[in-house]
Design a protein around this ligand. Sequence first.
Ligand SMILES: [Zn+2]
Ligand SMILES: [Zn+2]
Length: 819
Amino acid sequence: MKLLPKKIDFLATEEKWQHKWEEWSIYHFDWKDRSKPTFSIDTPPPYPSGEFHMGNVLNWTYFDIIARYKRMQGFNVYFPQGWDCHGLPTEVEAEKEYNVRKSELSPLEFRKLCENITEKYINIMKTAIKRLGCSNDWTTEYKTMNPNYWRRTQLSFIILHKKDFIYQGTHPVNWCPRCETAIADAEVEHITRQGTLHYVKFPLDDGNHLTIATTRPELLPACVVVAINPEDKRYQKYVGKKIKVPIANREVKIMADNMVDPQFGTGVVMICTYGDKADVKFVQKYHLPVITTLTETGKLNKKTGKYEGLSVDEAKKVIAKDLEIKGFLEKKKPTIQEVGTCWRCHTPIEILERKQWFMKTLQLTNKIVKNANEVVWYPEYAKNRLVDWAKSLDWDWVISRQRVFATPIPVWHCKNCGEAILAKEEWLPVDPKMTPPKIESCPKCGKNTNFIPEIDVLDTWMDSSITCAVHAGWPDKPEKEWHRLFPADLHPSGTDIIRTWAYYLMARHIALFNEKPYRSCLINGMVLGTDGRMMHKSLGNYVATTEVFEKYGADASRQWAAGGGTTGSDIPFRWPDVEYAWRFLIKLWNACRFTSLLLKDYRLAGVPKLTLLDKWLLARMNRAALRITEALEKRQFNVVMDEVRSFAWRDLCDNYIEAAKHRLYKGEVYGEEKRRAAQYTLYMALYRLLQLFAPIAPHITEEIYQIMFAEDMKYKSIHLSPWPQVKKQEIDKEAIRKGDLLVAVIGEIRREKARKRIPLNAEIKELTVYAGFRENANVLNKGAEDISGTCKIEKIGILPHEGEGVEVEGYPDIRFVGV
Ligand SMILES: [Zn+2]
Ligand SMILES: [Zn+2]
């Protein structure tokens, strides 16, 4: 065996292997290989933000571990990587970086700027994914902003339109006044904040008034009805009467409905178009008129008279003041209110009625729930997030957006009759703003007229919610072929995107193909900052990935990710964890270096006659392999990490190597056969350990494998070596039980030497072990040579009965004297 160098430069070694793996293309999915079962991973296409953060490190480590493990298990693993490029943040970034406003440029010119930024950011993130040592197949790389991907998104739109899943309509939608676009329910975040309840007097015809408590006096001009609960005796007599809306100077009707909570405020509410979803329900139920008083930028419009141009917040103050001056304000009271905000910019959203495109997702709820129940979830409880979310929705998914950097909707409208004209499949990809439809006349009215391009674009989730099919090769490969990789075997998702990505994937694939998109869902939690709060730049607890990589490298970072906590739970970033991981690598390296010295004259041959201690280590190794395999199957990465460390530190280094040194050093004293047995045992244990650790720490295990084992094992890479498969019944439990006893006695004698401040290599003249009973004595007699060899005992006596002396930890019957 070749000697391992004394020192290792982790960072240089990691980069070396990353280049080699790419050069060897060992992670390439082989479409032609039909001998192996396939395993497909629905890798998330990240948004190119320019930063691969610690949360990404956590995710990518999780599924790279699975990719590597499955590959070693003999699967033909499909591990693609793409980029989910479109979106508003890049538009904002482009405006800043190039100092332009998107309205000043043509959409084409502005798109180009967005693409430049995206390309730059992709490069940064791609470098980071490679730096983490991920085993993606880069030949699969795709970018959703490329027309070749538009083609797929647009095709899915057309298919769904033909299947009657997509419609255009004027409905209330969530609207972000800052982003100036419709957003879906999934993009609305609910926060609570301090607000003010304004108690406003609404005058009645008879000179009396009713008081309404509202946090939104600025919506008074949009009030269309006043409502009470039909059971509320205080107000029953007013039902059907008219009441005056202050400020607006209009009369509205008073009506009764169960939706009104008599406990809230005064029990009288105003229905405005629209303050919240309850207003929308009222309007739909009673066909009330809609008075829109807000613009798309969140300002009051001319229907509000003198308040036109004020922002919502400004209008709130001004109108409250006016109410007070005119005697309509009874009182003000602080309150805690729930507000929906835009998840991108955190601006409070409004509800506006706009013509939009929708996908009929509500009618899919039962199918989504049924399929979610058939998926294997890691952890199991994460399933409820998807199911609860699906059941909670009360609006269809609004899929159109008022943006530039997005996939165009492949539709034109007939100028004469308004008919929506869908692009034909063979026209795709198409930007209707650039290309007219290839038809002579309108298919509906027959007029040879102009066609107006659809200027709205698609929600970015429309791009990324077909990844399972796209990854598998749809629509370019024949159905049978892409179904080799579909449904995806593993869909990774974060707790924060279950209601978006995991949900939309379900909805879209079920609607498109009547099939679930993924068989299992692996959930990662969020990474918390060094102080236990959410990691965020503004909180000062942010740690950049590059900093961690430069200090401790990828293998240490990956151990932090794997060992940080249970799958699906939030994981704090702690420097000491990464440093501990890094120290483990050094210890592993040193142990391997030491082993390579002991094995320098060894080449793997048949199994020699093994001692009890050898059998013990190999049995423990098998048990670790079994436990690690089970943990990987359950996606319990922290359990894998614990098993690897405890086998490496405790069983192998602290116990076995110490207790086998005398045989390895002194073949002439203890016999060549016993030396070979120890060499064989060390060889096998170390090789297996490296294999079991390879999915988590791919670089160091490869480096050691290549130097010490590749010559014998012949696999080009440790990552192509077969996973150690162990059956439960193959584990030698007797060897573990007996070996544990022997190891405990050796350990206690060594600790006793330390307690008495005797050097470990000092000779002990005579030691007597009281084994308690015969069976223990038999075991210890078999290992007597190991005890005396390791503890430097000249004469050892093992007696089968009880006696006084130092007690062996864990074995109260066993004592010894003589140290
Ligand atoms: Zn926004
Ligand atoms: Zn027409």
